[in-house]
Design a protein around this ligand. Sequence first.
Ligand SMILES: [Zn+2]
Length: 433
Amino acid sequence: MPVKDCKTKPPAGSRKRQHVTIRFRLRGDRKTCRFLNELAGVNRYLWNAALAKAKEDYTETGQSQTSQFDFYKWYKVHKDTAAPWLREYPVNATRTGLKDLADAYKQFFKKKRGLPRFKKRGKAKKSFTVDVSGGKMFSTNGYVRLKRGMHMKMLRFYRVNRYTNPVPKTARIFEENGNWYMTVVYEVDATLQDADGIGIGVDRNCGQIADSAGRIFYLTDTSGIEKRIQKLQRRLAKKQKGSHSWRRRKKTIARHERKIKNIRRNDLRHVALSLTEISTLVILEDLKTKGMTASAKGTVENPGRNVKQKAGLNRSILGTGWAILEQFLRERGVVIKVPPHYTSQTCSKCSYVNAKNRQKQSEFLCLACGYQANADTNASVNIRASGMASWHELCRTGRGAYVRPVIAERKPATGQRVMKHQKEHGAHGHSCI
Ligand SMILES: [Zn+2]
């Protein structure tokens, strides 16, 4: 049932610009990776030195200059006097870090965060900002230029080509789980689109996701990898901290954790795609009130399975997993969140509420009308009904639309492989290659 009187401002389909973030893995030889390590260290040094200077000024004069301009001025003097070795490093990837410090101070003065702190070697994340505005450091053909003769390949760079008129705004290089990555924020063409107003309710559970269309998506079972991680962690505890074997073991653990994370992200992307295929208006339970632990423990009337196993690592992954699903859904549609109360105890046919309606984990049986269904499906139908009640209000206030980047259409596949395929199977308008 599409809603007719949906008025949004500005009108749907209007052109906009939107920021999208793309994460590239960086590939380079050992020498280049070492240079990235050095750059991260230089950034850490500059942060600490500038912070020390600002703190010193404050204790001496009662005030300190903490704007980006002030720090850049300090950098110029510092480079010529105290640290001439800084000249060996590209300005685009070192001085820019001082903007981060200026921003941190800004947040502090707004009382949104505490005073900026020193970054400890080995503890602080290896991460630094790269200035891409000059066009010197950042090439458009998929390479980052770190310095003369030193480049890194940005893997799967072609993903940028999906978008129209991408302009790189900011970039950041960092190390995670033993790999180097670069996230680039692009400004791309986008349109404002109305949600279709059909509505689909989603019930999120431990390890599975049910929707009001009666489908249940099972997330990949990662318990095998989790067990392996636990085993590795026990072994790690016996190693001497900082030793060679300790470091190697830690790397292995990071690799396993990365694996789980990738599996989970991949699952959730597919779920988000399937959900928004039915409707671009997705209604979720607001899980904030339940807290993260709910995903493992369940509720009193609905205890979760394998509580013990799920308690540790899985909890954190699931906890962030739901946030990721929401993020994926917001990229493809409008998300409404509804309070989770009684959604699992209410009959979706006659709206009779009773905790005894759900006597088993997976089955729902209404004690008033005898309606029988999968418990999660029933809950998701309730969630949808609850969300649709606020849909008109959402449209009235102009929040019934979402911004979506303009995705370039794929060129049809051509070439010898396709020709050969068509010879064998006939030209049927698509390519199965
Ligand atoms: Zn009923």
